[in-house]
Design a protein around this ligand. Sequence first.
Ligand code: 16G
Length: 245
Amino acid sequence: LRTGDWMQRAVGPRYVRLRKRIEEGIENGLLAESAPLPAEREIANLTGLSRVTVRRAMQDLVDRGIVIQRQGSGSFVADGTPRVEQSLSRLTSFTEDMNRRGLESSSEWLERGVHTPSPEEVMALALSSGEAVARISRLRMANDRPMAIERASLPIDILPRPQEVEASLYEVLERDGNRPVRALQRISAINLDSADAGLLGVEPGAAGLRIVRTSYLSNRRVVEFTRSIYRGDAYDFVAELRLAN
Ligand code: 16G
C-alpha cells in the first residue's frame, strides 16, 4: 500500500502535466480539431516520459472527451461534438434534452410528409387499413454538430399536418393533447453504414447506437414509432438501478 501511495504521487503530476500541455496545444490551435496525435510510443520518445505516464494522460484526455481513439487508426483531437449524458428513465424530447444542458438544438430536414405506410409502420402503429402515416425524418444537431438521425412515423390523425413541426415534435403533440406519457425503447450497438456516417460526420463503420422508440398515450394508443441512429461518441446513457425485491 505504501509503495502504491508513493507511485501515485510520483507519477500523478507528470501525467497531469503532459495532459495539460496537450490541452494547451489544442486551446491555442497548435493541434487542430480532428488532427491526428502521435502514437504513445512517439510521445514517450519526444518527452522522455514513460509509456505508462503517456497512456495515463491520453486516457484522461479520452475520458474528458478532448481526445478520441479509433481502433486501428490511433488518437485524434475531438471534433467539438458535445458528449451528453442521457437519462434512460425519463421521457423527454431532443429539444428539451439539449436546452436543459445549455446546448442549442436544431434540425436538418430529411423528410416531412404524408405517406402510405410500410408494413412495419402498419404493425408498429396499429394502423387500420387505408390509414396514412405522417413521417418526419431529421438530422438532429446540438450547437450545429450532428448528434443523431431520427425517423419518426405517426398515425395521420395524431399529426395531420407534419409540415407544422418546426423545432419540436413533442411541442406540437403537447399542444394537441397528444404528448406521449410512456415509451418502450430498445438500444442496440451498430457500426454506421456510409450513408448514415456521412450525415453524422463520422467515418463509415464508426460506432453508433440504434434506438427504436414506441411511445404511447395514457389510453395505450401508439403515438410515435421512431427509428434513430445516435452517434456512439456523443452519448452516455445513464440509469439509476435499485435492488429488486
Ligand atoms: C427524442 C426521442 C424521439 C422523439 C424526439 C422528439 C428517441 C431516442 N428519442 O429524441 O423519439 O421523436 O425526442 O424531439 O427516439 P423534439 O420534440 O425535439 O422534436
